[in-house]
Ligand binder design. Structure first.
Ligand code: GDP
Length: 613
């Protein structure tokens, strides 16, 4: 059988052999795997009625479709799988405890606090931190390192609980999206005076999707009008039935502000963990876990808070976290005190990494420095490749709508830089969740902690990305470079603002800014009364020109008497005219507005769209 051709290009044809492709691969990646010309794959897609450029990253379905058409079996490899394979090539297994049952020891539950905005998540985390410093270490000032551990007494036993210090489900979900399971139990905070709100339900759904048991903290019971019973009723509809109503969810009424019932809440967490989870880990093996927060510190270099999930992490260990690696130079606990080792469920601040890992990146201790470096380098290379594979054309938020309408791009590329990996991850996941319909996709080409650099601008130029700086600015010559190359760099310090603006741009609704421009002023010389039209102002135009159908305000003795008036009628002698210029006389009718007097001034203006900076 002859190989089919389109427009003279020979189409590649396989024999059903398997081709493994990374998620988000481009036609060029595919072509490379089968030794074909990328252009021929573009031709195949065109044949199938889809316009795809060679370097654009395409969906799983498109890759499958292409494979079917050319008789290859396509196997899509997720980033997690790829990483697992990478580690396997070093004979490392991530995520499983070594040894059998007897090697496992119980470990504290790790908790994330979620709920609707303003329902008291932050306040609760503060209250818990303040009231339950681990015994014997009281007096130590707790540091914000991204997580902390507290102790509580349950049935006469001292039990520890680890709290992730970033409230909300965004960070939780960002980590989960990267395959990291950070949380064992979710505390769902619901304000008793406000009841179940949209983000309450969202948080609940995220926890359920992750198969994480929920303890409900009914907060603000000190506030007048608080109705904890109503909250219980409302949540029943979402499958959370309180124990006292025969369900299996523990509800605890608290006041984060007054520190009321915090202990009962902690007890409920422990009891829920005991009842529904088997939290055990091997403390004896090389440490593994996840990075939950990281930033660059001027004096100390890369600083990362990691949560040990199994094994024990020790000073001097060689570790790799995401694409960062290094020897643990020192470790600090949540009280800012140096520690030598950290066991399962313990969060510690680690010094000594080469750079900043992302929130949700896994970490593991390896035997040799060389292995750590190789794993980190391979991961970094993979990220870079993925970023460059996704290059498309340059674009700014303002003309996005136009470009989209013209069908020129199907995705908005973003580069996100921020002050801490937690905020970067949270922003990224929220942006990726924006639902703006079929036509456009958001893709984050690169994310990182630190200032916007020249290399970020480089990447943005090459791939028409927009750069977002969250609580960071452009460093060195990056700002000039962006300006010169026309790269759109946007700075934000509030996540919601960034999300709103990007969403608005995606929907083509980025509102133009208007400014008022004065057109002309007219002095009233005489007032004529007309039975049909009401009062007519006999005027002399003092400045500019007055046009019909423009907006006007009325000034008396320099004060504004009326706003938002309309020049409905404009006459010169007996004729209707559209405008009267400075120095001429005429008659103005302000429609229904009749409160005019001699010597009043009618000032007309229009709103003009302001060009954006
Ligand atoms: P978040 O957005 O869920 O983190 O909410 P915050 O912790 O920032 O709390 C929002 C507001 O509610 C703040 O002004 C808190 O002081 C207040 N607040 C939180 N918990 C309580 C409480 O138990 N009682 C009262 N009266 N106010 C509270």
């Amino acid at each position: 059988m002859q190989a089919p051709s389109v427009g003279g290009v020979m189409l590649p044809r396989g024999n059903g052999e398997t081709v493994r492709l990374s998620r988000g691969a481009s036609l060029t990646d595919f072509a490379e795997k089968i030794n074909a010309n990328p252009a021929s794959l573009v031709a195949v897609m065109m044949n199938l009625g889809e316009m795809v450029t060679a370097t654009q990253s395409v969906s799983d379905e498109t890759l499958q479709l292409l494979g079917d058409e050319m008789n290859y079996t396509v196997q899509i490899v997720s980033p997690e799988e790829e990483d697992r394979e990478l580690l396997e090539s070093f004979s490392i297994e991530f995520g499983e405890d070594e040894g059998g049952e007897e090697a496992l020891m119980s470990r504290p539950p790790v908790v994330t606090v979620m709920g609707h905005v303003d329902h008291g998540k932050t306040r609760l985390l503060d209250a818990i931190r303040k009231t339950n410093v681990i015994a014997g270490e009281a007096g130590g000032i707790t540091q914000h390192i991204g997580a902390y551990q507290v102790a509580t007494e349950v049935n006469g036993e001292d039990r520890a609980i680890t709290f992730i210090d970033t409230p909300g489900h965004e960070a939780f979900t960002a980590m989960r999206a990267r395959g990291a399971k950070s949380t064992d139990i979710a505390i769902l905070v619901v304000a008793a005076n406000d009841g179940v709100m949209p983000q309450t339900i969202e948080a609940l759904n995220h926890a359920k999707a992750a198969d994480v048991p929920i303890v409900v903290a009914v907060n603000k019971i000190d506030v007048e009008g608080a109705d904890p019973t109503k909250v219980r009723g409302q949540l029943t509809e979402f499958g959370l039935v309180a124990e006292e109503y025969g369900g299996d969810t523990m509800f605890v009424d608290i006041s984060a502000k007054q520190g009321l019932n915090i202990d009962s809440l902690l007890e409920a967490v422990v009891l829920t963990a005991d009842a529904s989870l088997d939290l055990r880990a091997n403390p004896e093996q090389d440490a593994q876990g996840i990075a939950i927060e990281a930033h660059l510190d001027k004096g100390r270099g890369a600083v990362a808070t990691v949560l040990v999930q199994r094994g024990t992490l020790r000073v001097g260990d060689t570790m790799v976290a995401g694409d960062a690696y290094g020897r643990v130079r020192a470790m600090l606990d949540d009280k800012g005190e140096t520690v030598e080792e950290a066991g399962p469920s313990t969060p510690v601040l680690v010094l000594g990494l080469t750079n900043v890992p992302g929130a949700g990146d896994n970490f593991l201790v390896v035997d040799e420095d060389r292995t750590a470096r190789q794993i980190a380098e391979k991961r970094a290379a993979r990220e870079r490749n993925a970023a460059f594979a996704k290059r498309v054309r340059r674009v700014s938020l303002e003309d996005l709508d136009k470009v989209l309408k013209a069908g020129e791009i199907q995705q908005l590329n973003l580069i996100i830089k921020g002050d801490a990996s937690g905020s970067v991850e949270a922003l990224e996941s929220s942006l990726l969740q924006l639902d703006v319909g079929e036509e456009v996709d958001i893709r984050v080409l690169h994310r990182g902690v630190g200032a916007v650099t020249e290399s970020d601008i480089d990447l943005a130029m090459g791939s028409d990305a927009i750069v977002i700086g969250f609580n960071v600015r452009a460093a060195g010559r990056a700002a000039q470079m962006a300006e010169r190359e026309g790269v759109d760099v946007r700075y934000y310090s509030v996540i919601y603002q960034a999300i709103e603006e990007i969403e608005a741009a995606l929907k083509g609704m980025l509102k133009p800014e208007y400014e008022e421009v004065e057109l002309g002023t007219a002095e009233i010389r005489e007032v004529f009364r007309s039975s049909k039209l009401g009062n007519i102002a006999g005027v002399l135009i003092r400045s500019g020109e007055v046009k019909r159908n423009t907006k006007a305000r009325l000034l008396r003795d320099g004060k504004v008497i009326a706003e938002s008036l309309n020049i409905e009628g404009l006459r010169r002698f007996k004729d209707d005219v559209t405008e009267i210029r400075e120095g001429f006389e005429g008659g103005i009718n302000l429609g229904n507005f009749n409160d005019i007097k001699v010597d009043d001034v009618i000032a007309t203006y229009e709103m003009r769209e302001k060009p954006r900076a």
